[in-house]
Design a protein around this ligand. Structure first.
Ligand code: ADP
Ligand code: ADP
Length: 238
C-alpha cells in the first residue's frame, strides 16, 4: 500500500542529504517504529510520506498514486487518508477540545465556523464520540491550552479519528510527554491500531517504547536505513 522508491531529500544549504535512497514497502496493518539519533532524518521521512516535504529525488507511492507527482487535488485526498500527529500537538490553544476535533474535518471555512460556533449536528455528535473514545468527555469544553500534554495529544488523536484515515503518521508523538502520559498515549495508539487495523508509522526515539509497541522497527542513521526487522531482532547495541 505504501512504497518508497529511492527517496532522497537534500535540503538547500545542507552539506549532506537528510535522506538518501530510501527504499521500502509498508504493508497494511503494520505498526512501524522509526528509530535513530536526532538529525537522522526520521521527521523528514514521515513528512515525505504525506507530501509535507517534497523529496529531491525518488517516489512515494500510496495505493498506486505517486504522492511526489500528485496535483493539488490528489494530494488533498491523499492527506485526508493519512492522519498525522505531532510532538507539539498542533491544536488551536484558545479553542476547546471539542472545537479542535470538529474543525479537523473542515477545511477552508473552519475558523469562521469555529468563531460562529456553528457545525452540523452529526459532525458534532461524531466529534463527541471520538473524544469519548480517547477518554476526554469530561474536559472537552476546556480550552486546549489548559489541558495537560497527554490530554492535548488525545485531542489530536480524536481529530485524526474524525478523518477516518487509512494510515496514521506520528512525528515524535510522545517525545514531550512524561512517562505515564507517554505510555497512555502509546496504549491508545495500539488500541486504535488493533481495532481498526490502522497502519501506523511513528517516529520514536525510545528503543524500549518501540520494542514494546511496534511490529516492525526501522533504524535510520544519517539518512539511511541501517536496520529493518522485528522488534526482537533489534539487539541492545542499536
Ligand atoms: P530527525 O527527525 O531524525 O531528528 P530530521 O528529519 O528533522 O531528523 O532532520 C534531518 C536533517 O535534515 C538534519 O540535519 C536537519 O538539520 C535537517 N533539516 C530538517 N529539516 C530541515 C529544513 N526544513 N531545512 C533545512 N534542513 C533541515
Ligand atoms: P513539531 O513536532 O511540533 O512539528 P518540530 O520541533 O519537529 O515541531 O519542528 C521542527 C521544524 O523545524 C520542522 O518543520 C523542520 O522541518 C524544521 N527544521 C528542522 N531542522 C531544521 C534546520 N536545520 N533548518 C531549518 N529548519 C529545520
Amino acid at each position: 500500500m505504501l512504497e518508497l522508491i529511492d527517496v532522497t531529500k537534500q535540503y538547500p544549504g545542507q552539506p549532506v542529504p537528510a535522506l538518501e535512497s530510501i527504499r521500502l514497502k509498508v504493508k497494511p496493518g503494520e505498526f512501524v517504529a522509526l528509530l535513530g539519533p536526532s538529525g537522522a532524518g526520521k521527521s523528514t521521512f514521515i513528512r515525505c510520506i504525506n507530501g509535507l516535504v517534497a523529496p529531491t529525488a525518488g517516489q512515494v507511492i500510496w495505493n498506486g498514486h505517486d504522492v511526489t507527482a500528485a496535483g493539488k487535488e490528489t494530494i488533498g485526498r491523499i492527506r485526508r487518508e493519512m492522519g498525522m500527529i505531532f510532538q507539539h500537538f498542533h491544536l488551536i490553544g484558545r479553542l476547546d477540545g471539542l472545537t479542535n476535533v470538529i474543525i479537523g474535518c473542515f477545511h477552508s471555512l473552519s475558523l469562521w465556523r469555529a468563531v460562529t460556533g456553528w457545525f452540523p449536528k452529526e459532525v458534532r455528535q461524531e466529534a463527541v464520540q471520538a473524544l469519548k473514545r480517547v477518554g476526554l468527555l469530561e474536559v472537552m469544553h476546556r480550552r486546549a491550552d489548559g489541558l495537560s500534554g497527554g490530554q492535548q495529544q488525545r485531542v489530536a488523536i480524536a481529530r485524526v479519528l474524525m478523518q477516518k484515515p487509512r494510515l496514521l503518521l506520528g512525528d515524535e508523538p510522545v517525545a514531550s510527554l512524561d512517562p505515564v502520559a507517554s505510555r497512555e498515549i502509546m496504549d491508545l495508539l495500539r488500541e486504535i491500531h488493533e481495532q481498526e487495523q490502522m497502519t501506523t508509522i511513528l517516529n520514536l526515539h525510545d528503543v524500549e517504547t518501540a520494542k514494546t509497541y511496534a511490529t516492525r522497527i526501522i533504524g535510520i542513521r544519517q539518512g539511511r536505513i541501517v536496520f529493518d526487522g522485528l522488534p526482537q531482532e533489534l539487539g541492545s547495541k542499536e
